[in-house]
Ligand binder design. Sequence first.
Ligand code: PHE
Length: 470
Amino acid sequence: MPAPKTTTVWGTRLGFYLAAVGSAFGLGNLWRFPYVVAENGGGAFVLLYLMLAFLIGTPFLVAELSLGKISRSSIMSAMLKLSGDRHQARALEDPDFPMPAWMRRTLPYIGKISLLLSLSVLAYYAVISGWVLHFLVQLIVSSLRGQLVDPEASLQFLLHNGWLQFALTAIHLTFVAIVVAKDLEEGLEKWLGYSVPLFGFLVVILAYRSMSLDQSQAAIRFLFYPDFSKLKISSLGQALGHVMFTLSVGFGVMVTFGSYLRERASLPIAGFRVTTLDCLISLGAGIMIFPLVIYGRFQDAGPSLLFHAVPKLLAQIPGGQVFGIGFFLCLYLASVGASIGLLETVVANMRETRRVKRSFGAWSAAALALFIAIWPALSTNVLSSVQFHGHGLLELWDAALINWFLPVVALLISQVVAWVLSSELKKAEFTEEQAASGELLYRHWIFLLRYVAPPIVFLALGLQLIGLLH
Ligand code: PHE
């Protein structure tokens, strides 16, 4: 059936999966997952992360997709529709949940906060993407010249040169804005149609390549042997924040992608598939990176772990240059896919609430993100004196957004879906194909959203707070 022309829908059946998976795969899997696992002691944290991914991540993901698909809008307009007066919102609201007036007034702010989160994350995400671009270009240029790069010197040069980081960030954002400024089918879907399969392929090859290192057994043990004594008081919060970050929930990204879905798509299946693929890619990234990390004894390196460990090692293994180009290409493709998701969401919201043109939205939002990116880009140099507990601005930015801000926003969105959105419409998303099993699944989903997720999020935040005060 041809897609209706009046609303934006995915051009191909795969379009949604490519976008959802493309936005889920990213620096979160390859850059953030390994260093957070290293900081939290390995196997036990990985187990916690996997449990939370399916217990909370998938239900939240399905909640955001439902909100988008049912309201046919991005997060801001969805919240505006729900907060409209009773008459206007009746079609979407649950009649059994009489919304108090203060809650009705609060809903639009949830949309705004989530957009702010998207822009702030896009800003520092683009800075790290710039680092990746730096290594990719260096490796390509040096291999063309037949020379070897000095990885540590190259990293130090980059970290001390804030304006270079800023310029690389600008290049990355320009690239992303070009894709998002085009129509869905021409831009996003076409780009992701090539890059997502290539990315999956490269991770498999590189993980396989990494397994031939002597350290691979120790790495597997570190990743999969759960030693619970190594968990920290803040580990629950870090695992939860990372689950949300890596699945792209809490940003309104999945609401936007859900709003482009055709009627027939099954949300629980989509949510489950995206979570499973994303976890597999993270584990693949761990298998690929930890032998390298153990080899170079970089467990304590923090956010620059990847950039210390991988390039330094590349020089020492046979075929390192080619391995390195493949690795950074893979990482860069992943970060473009994720950045596209973030920018697309901001643009979709601007289009719906401000009626701006797609291209204007893309360029102006990218310019705003670039402006915000000045701070993280300068954090390792001009602003290196700004520190808290020994952590620099970029690290603090990342921790504040992902470990604190994100779980709260994601929880708020999920509770709106769990309580306010019409039960009848939600249930229809589950029961369309298989009424009996769909009904059971629906009840579990609502139970997890309403009664399991909130206490876990509060516990995680509380434990983090205790950890912070100690
Ligand atoms: N999920 C992406 C990653 O793992 C990050 C991201 C967050 C992308 C939010 C889009 C939206 O890298």
